[in-house]
Design a protein around this ligand. Structure first.
Ligand code: B3K
Ligand code: ZN
Length: 852
């Protein structure tokens, strides 16, 4: 909403609501501009609440009538809700409101997308549907009646009555309003069944627009696999007769875990080999699992207040990453997660948006669905599991489900189950939830050859931030292995538990000095500063039995080589390239791993590293260094890459599984490098022959990047113009593969394309998300990238504050750059902040960024 004097909400102010809600009955008479919503809510005083004020949230609602116990009342209505005198004991509140779903472009509350009605209520969208205590600790049983001329009318729970233009639904599980959902439209179902562990039959439906039926099979299989996995690994069984998923084109994020009625961005569920890449398939599988897993971690056990968001999100991300590791390759998943964490979460922690995993204040909660809450929140759970061990983790989780089923819980509740099952005191561990910032972990080694003792001395230090000016030492589980001179493991991996600012650990009984492999599996989300020699890193790259640290050794060498190129104009490190050469041809290594080894730190990661080391990153120099390094790799490996390309090209019919997609990742990485030395023929051939989107898009990207893409781009457009999801790729790729000088103009030109529907978040993000991610293009010295993005964000803000606010984070790292760039960004930030009627969402983001 628009709010001239935004209010800050504090965790410390939490008070329970004065009333409990026993039952809710809602009736919807659907109409594009005049939907009527009748509510009948049974309230009774909450014995645990000190404050008995009766306040119901409500925004953009036209109140038609209100009654208490059947008698008309005239509440005091403001822009944010209403208050009313109520009886001392239990009472029935009834109201009728009118809303305008068609005008709801913010995509929050009840809105329309391609003629269908759908809802998004998390975090605070339900208040745009009717007057209600819209807070997660108010849980109730909902019965919903929908009247409307649509073949499909859906809500949460189980159906109780269905007739022409009419449906009734009942959800027996008490839930907060943010999990409410309604869908109405002309949809078709892809259906299946699942038999649960106790033998109950569950009907499964994936509802899509007619024409999309062919893109449902994979999502349905992923759903069944998720249901099975949650039974086997966490003992969690599904609890309704029905599980529905609906695909929607206009959606602000990936998907939403509404009870029994998940709503998905079409991009996060629709898949076919011809239209989706391997990465799309993997992401879809993970999101389906994530939303399904929320049924227990989020829905059955929800959050007391929005400060506890990580309680459900961190845990559910952790669970979905475990699922992906089990379904695919665990090392590859771990490496990909760390790449993502470093690029998104570390950047957040380093800048003005830094906040703890459990924030302590906010103005707009939608601004806190962040990499810190989600991804760092998941890392914290991974650390907890490492510290207590797998068995204790399983026990603690069992207790969590048993003790808190039906609760709106807190982080304190969560940690208490671990304390109760293990006897550990987690007081210090809790700092992971309350302190912002990424700890830096420095380590030095002392080798006593006479005694055969290696001493590792660690120091931890977290840079202060506005959110946490004075960070205290955290508990760090540091997984350490020792690799002998012959490459063998000297001792099993040991978990060191660091709790002090400085601490030493001793490894004795060693015959020869081993090479220390520290932070195996990335056992804590920290920046590791380990002054190892190049020789030692090459040794780990060749021999480390921990796949993550093997990759990390290569990554560190690559990063150092790039930094030397940027700062000293050195040629790429020949020793690193030689070592890589050996790995590439090692057929015992999975292709996906080798594809990751061919990757380089991103522009943004290098900028962050340079900044951490006290340099001012120059985006153009970073780009240059990456290009030089890629060229060197292409020349150095041309023969090997040609062989790999031929050997791993998949001939078998397309499958999106880990094995085939790993091979395609490797051949596509090879293609991209080979095109640098061999010209466009191979990529043109792959583009022409590809029978799947992974190979087609990768070839197209390579062609566009090397300046040979015009013909293929127009062919692609002609072929896919009627497929909105594929066209998103077409829009995005042109920006992401443009040269730094051209990226802004390309984005600008694409906004003039007839299919640039900027009110659709997927399309907007395809162009402007790609521009913001194009480091050297966005940070072009002219400042044109900043100006174009700011202009479009200001156009979008009145239409869709949530997506606008999210994309403002493109500016979060602005203080890293040189004075000239900072000045240009400052102008744009000030211009945006001066925009009249700026949304609360965007104002909060821009002010936090601007104050840096
Ligand atoms: N819980 C939703 C996110 C809601 C975002 C609201 N701004 C999706 C998820 O994390 O599963
Ligand atoms: Zn989630």
């Amino acid at each position: 909403m628009r709010d001239a004097t935004p209010q800050t909400i504090y965790l410390s102010d939490y008070q329970p609501f004065g009333y409990l809600v026993d039952e809710v009955a809602l009736t919807f008479d659907l109409d594009p501009h005049q939907t009527r919503v009748k509510s009948r809510i049974a309230f009774r005083p909450n014995p645990d609440a000190a404050d008995s004020r009766f306040f119901l949230h409500g925004e953009d609602l036209k109140l038609i009538s209100a009654q208490i116990d059947g008698r008309s009342v005239t509440p005091e209505v403001t822009e944010t809700g209403l208050t009313c005198d109520v009886p001392d004991g239990p009472f029935i509140w009834e109201a009728e409101v009118e809303i305008d779903p068609k005008r709801n472009t913010a995509l929050e509350g009840l809105y329309m997308s391609n003629g269908m009605y759908c809802t998004q209520c998390e975090a605070e969208g339900f208040r745009k549907i009717t007057y209600y205590p819209d807070r997660p600790d108010v849980m109730s049983v909902f019965t919903v009646t929908i009247n409307g001329p649509h073949p499909v009318l859906l809500s949460n729970g189980n159906p109780v009555a269905q007739g022409p233009n009419h449906a009734e639904w009942h959800d027996p599980w008490p839930k907060p309003a943010y999990l409410f959902a309604l869908v109405a439209g002309d949809l078709v179902a892809h259906s299946d069944r699942f038999t649960t562990m106790s033998g109950r039959e569950v009907d499964l439906n994936l509802y899509v627009r007619p024409g999309d039926e062919g893109k449902c099979a994979f999502g349905m299989e992923a759903l069944k696999a998720s249901m099975k996995w949650d039974e086997e690994v966490y003992g969690r069984e599904y609890d309704l007769d029905l599980f529905n998923i609906v695909a929607v084109d206009d959606f602000n994020m990936g998907a939403m875990e509404n009870k029994g009625l998940n709503i998905f961005n079409s991009a996060a569920v629709l898949a076919s080999p011809e239209t989706s890449t391997d990465d799309n398939f993997e992401r879809i599988e993970a999101i389906i699992a994530h939303e399904y897993f929320h049924n227990w971690t989020g829905n059955r056990i929800t959050c007391r207040d929005w400060f506890q968001l990580c309680l459900k999100e961190g845990l559910t991300v952790y669970r979905d990453s475990q699922f992906t590791s089990d379904m695919r390759s665990a090392p590859v998943k771990r490496i990909s997660d760390v790449i993502d964490l470093r690029s998104r979460q570390f950047a957040e922690d380093q800048g003005p948006l830094a906040h703890p995993v459990r924030p302590e204040s906010f103005q707009e909660i939608n601004n806190f669905y962040t990499a810190t809450v989600y991804e760092k929140g998941a890392e914290v759970i991974g650390m907890l599991k490492t510290l207590v061990g797998d068995e204790a983790y399983a026990k603690a989780l069992d207790l969590y489900f048993e003790r808190h089923d039906g609760d709106a819980a807190t982080i304190e509740d969560w940690l208490k189950v671990f304390e109760d099952t293990t006897g550990r005191d987690l007081t210090q561990f809790k700092r992971w939830y309350s302190q912002a910032g990424t700890p830096h972990l420095a380590v030095t080694e002392a080798w006593d050859a006479g005694k055969g003792v290696l001493t590792l001395s660690f120091t931890q230090h977290t840079p202060p931030s506005v959110a946490t000016p004075d960070p205290a030492p955290q508990v760090l589980p540091i997984a350490v292995g020792l690799v002998g001179p012959d490459g063998s493991e000297v001792a099993p991996t040991r978990i060191l538990e660091m709790t002090e600012a400085q601490q030493s650990f001793v490894f004795d009984g060693l015959d020869e000095r081993p090479v220390a492999s520290i932070l195996r599996g990335f056992s804590a989300p920290v920046v590791l500063e380990h002054d190892q020699s190049k020789q030692e890193r090459l040794h780990l790259l060749a021999h480390d039995s921990d796949a993550f640290n093997r990759w990390e050794a290569g990554r560190t060498l690559a990063r150092q080589s790039l930094l030397d190129t940027i700062l000293l104009s050195s040629a790429p490190d020949a020793a690193w390239l030689d070592a890589l050469d050996l790995l590439l041809t090692d057929e015992t290594l999975e292709p996906a791993f080798r594809a990751l080894m061919l990757g380089l730190p991103s522009h943004a990661e290098l900028a962050s590293t340079l900044h951490t080391k006290g340099h001012t990153p120059d985006p153009a120099a970073i780009h240059e260094a990456i290009e030089t390094t890629r060229d060197a790799m292409a020349h150095r490996f041309a023969d090997v890459l040609g062989q790999l390309y031929a050997r791993h090209m998949v001939d078998a019919p397309y499958r999106p599984d880990a094995e085939q997609s790993g091979k395609r990742a490797l051949t596509n990485a090879a293609l991209s490098l080979l095109t640098r030395v061999q010209g466009p023929d191979r990529a043109e051939g792959q583009y022409a022959q590809a029978d799947n989107m992974t190979q087609q898009l990768s070839a197209l990207g390579t062609l566009v990047r090397t300046g040979h893409g015009d013909k293929a781009l127009s062919d692609f457009e002609t072929r896919w113009q009627n497929d909105r999801l594929v066209m998103d790729k077409w829009f995005g790729l042109q920006v992401s593969q443009a040269s730094p000088d051209d990226a802004t103009e390309v984005a600008q030109r694409l906004t003039e394309h007839a299919d640039f529907n900027w009110k659709n978040p997927n399309r907007f993000r395809a162009v402007f998300g790609s521009l913001a991610m194009h480091h050297a293009g966005f940070h072009h010295v002219s400042g044109k990238g900043y100006t174009l993005l700011a202009e479009w964000l200001m156009r979008l803000d009145p239409v869709n504050p949530q997506t606008t606010a999210r994309m403002c984070s493109a500016f979060q790292t602005w203080r890293r750059y040189d004075a000239a760039r900072q000045a240009k960004i400052e102008v744009e930030l000030d211009r945006m902040l001066a925009q009249p009627g700026l949304s609360r969402d965007t104002r909060e983001m821009l002010s936090r960024i601007r104050e840096a």
